[in-house]
Ligand binder design. Structure first.
Ligand code: EPU
Length: 416
């Protein structure tokens, strides 16, 4: 397993460019299954999860052409309806194949998806929704087989908000017979971006106060679509700049998707200039303590709590972060504490005492966002920090280390 070492204490300055959103690209690539015509996606980040989705599509029958951050997909003929175990278990987002495969080809077989170990992460909402639309879903051990001659529209109310659940049912419904109403849908910008893309493909949809109304059509056409900027990558760099920066400009971001995060940064005392597509962040030594509760969009994202823990360790006083989305998303706490933070977990709340300094240590990345938080901690720590199992980070951040190095960080791949 790969590791990196970070020399702490180097001040970050300059400009960083934000990539396209991983969590928007993944459902959009899956949506290419819905049409035999060409889908052209632009601004797709080069990250491992996108590679996994590309491999899944190719195995199922798609032809892909790639040029830098543009991916062209043409899915004319099905090669197999079985998604390989080794790929589906690699990431949670492989669950996004279920809806489009059933809608277009009427059958799919896959292992339960894997992904970050941040909680149980069941897929019952996805399966129940598809059953309501007439699919026969058989679960045998770790395998799920779903079939449907033609899905039919249904009224589907999510018992709690689910990002990929909403995306999956939306993709299933666009080619179903009749009308679907998705009640209590997720409103994350990535969901809206998929909605916009599906409309360009000819889907008949309307999003109003009751939810997402979808009138199924018999076929969809190709389109081209530019993926929105990654709000979590932008937020991660904003925190990096706040704790370890002099002045960093975060370019190509979409500040309107980041309001909850920007609000918390302001509340912590961070000085920022927010422009239309960039954010200038000025670093500081100390922060005001915060009380954060993770929530569905437009609330504070669960994908940003780990990074904020580093910032709050430099607050004057005690902060709390309550995690309400996933039940096991504090695995970074034990690692951060090895570097001198004083964080304890009580149920779903982390209590963070402000400290004076962090010291370099050897730590292990446990999931994608936890890896990012350990790297941020390494940037401000005294001495050298070694982060092991860094492959988690590459699932979702494009050129993270290169981008940090360009801002002045000293980071080396261990053994190189
Ligand atoms: N849930 C169920 N049953 C389901 C689906 C979800 O009980 O069938 C529960 C989950 O266990 C969780 C809650 O509902 O407690 C919300 O989960 P959600 O379905 O919204 O999460 P997700 O769609 O699996 C996406 C992102 C995550 C992000 C969450 C929350 C993608 C590919 N993944 O996951 O991103 O944390 O929404 O915003 O879009 C990441 O990028 O690091 C990441 C983990």
């Amino acid at each position: 397993m790969r590791a990196i070492s970070i020399e702490g204490g180097k001040k970050l300055r300059g400009t960083v460019h934000i990539s396209g959103a991983k969590n928007a690209s993944l459902p959009q690539l899956a949506a290419s299954i819905l049409t035999p015509e060409t889908i052209l996606l632009e601004n797709v980040p080069r990250v491992a999860d996108v590679d996994t989705m590309k491999s899944l599509l190719i195995t199922l029958g798609a032809e892909l052409e790639e040029d830098s951050h543009r991916i062209k997909v043409k899915f004319e003929k099905l090669s197999t309806y079985e998604a390989p175990y080794a790929l589906t278990t690699r990431m949670r987002a492989s669950v996004l194949l279920l809806g489009p495969m059933l809608a277009r080809f009427g059958v799919v077989k896959m292992a339960r998806p894997g992904g970050c170990p941040i909680g149980r992460r069941p897929i019952n909402f996805h399966l129940e929704g598809l059953r309501k639309m007439g699919a026969e879903v058989v679960e045998e051990g770790e395998t799920v087989v779903a079939r449907a001659e033609r899905l039919r529209g249904a009224r589907i109310r999510f018992p709690r908000i689910s990002v990929t659940g909403t995306e999956n049912i939306m993709m299933a419904a666009v080619l179903a017979k009749g009308e679907t109403l998705i009640e209590n849908p997720a409103m994350e910008p990535e969901v809206v971006d998929l909605y916009n893309m599906l409309k360009k493909m000819g889907a008949e949809m309307e999003w109003n106060r009751d939810g997402i109304h979808i009138q199924g059509v018999s076929q969809l056409r190709g389109t081209s679509h530019r993926v929105i900027p990654d709000r979590i990558e932008a937020g991660t760099f904003a925190v990096a700049a706040a704790v370890a920066g002099e002045e960093v400009e975060i370019k190509g971001a979409e500040p309107s998707h980041m309001e909850a995060v920007l609000e918390k940064l302001r509340e912590a005392g961070v000085e920022m200039e927010v422009r239309q597509d960039s954010i200038l962040v000025r670093g500081r030594e100390r922060f005001f303590p915060l009380h954060i509760e993770t929530k569905e969009y437009p609330g504070f994202p669960t994908d940003m709590q780990a990074q904020f823990m580093v910032l709050l360790s430099f607050a004057d006083g005690t902060s709390t972060i309550k995690e309400t989305i996933f039940e096991n998303r504090f695995r970074h706490v034990a690692e951060l504490n090895k570097m001198g933070t004083r964080i304890r977990v009580d149920g779903n709340t982390a209590i963070i005492e402000g400290i004076d300094e962090l010291r370099g240590a050897e730590v292990v990345a446990t999931d994608l966002r936890a890896s990012a938080c350990l790297v941020l901690a390494g940037l401000v720590a005294e001495g050298t920090t070694v982060v092991r199992d860094i492959h988690h980070l590459e699932r979702g951040y494009e050129d993270f280390f290169e981008k940090l190095k360009a801002l002045g960080a000293t980071i080396k791949e261990e053994g190189k």
